[in-house]
Design a protein around this ligand. Sequence first.
Ligand SMILES: [Fe+2]
Length: 249
Amino acid sequence: MEQRERLSAIWSATVEKLKEVVREYEVTEDELHLAGDFLNRLGASGMCRSLLDVGLAMTSIDVHAKRETGTRANLTGPYHREHPMKPDGKLAETDIPPDAPLLILTGTVKDAVTGKAISNAEIDAWHADHNGIYDLEGTHLRGVVRADENGDYCIQTILPHDYSEHDHDPIGELFRAMGRTNIRAAHIHLKVRTGDTLRLTTQIFMSTSKSLKTDYVEGAVSDDLTVALERDASVADQVTYRGRFDILL
Ligand SMILES: [Fe+2]
């Protein structure tokens, strides 16, 4: 379909779907104008793209998934950048505070169809800290970890925490008005490469999060992307969790 025809078809389908909403909820003209005012504020704040990501991007990612097997893809999010190799698998670059739980994440990179291990994949990981804060200046809790020749990898880091986004822009305003949170469930972002090829972009979620059921990014959290974490009772001096996540390419 030509781009002009495709745009026209998508616009018509969108209007038809929204007409159904107007009929179902008997939306008034005043309410339409309130929505228009909101969209004006949203545009002025530069957050239109983010709201579309929150509401619809996961549906688009799922629709375009090239295969039915393999680890589910997920949003890149706004915080990725170039990361250094971390040969020892440790992502932290500063002393870890004693109140920050540690996380040891292990797994194997495998072929999704054959189940065979894939050697030497590069796992590019980044995540928020134990207070839900990303390092936006440096590369703390960010790095590329290489799986070994058996496909096994080990990432040692701080257990990420849930974080709130868009508290001070119209997206936060919308979610507050609905009585919902604008909180992301604790997660680690991953990009997995073999050679020069990017094979997977995803997010994996921590079972310790209290926001798995309410993550405000529509459709982002799924059971297959949630890592079951267990407290390691053998580590006495700092709370330590262990989890396993196999990456299927
Ligand atoms: Fe994130």
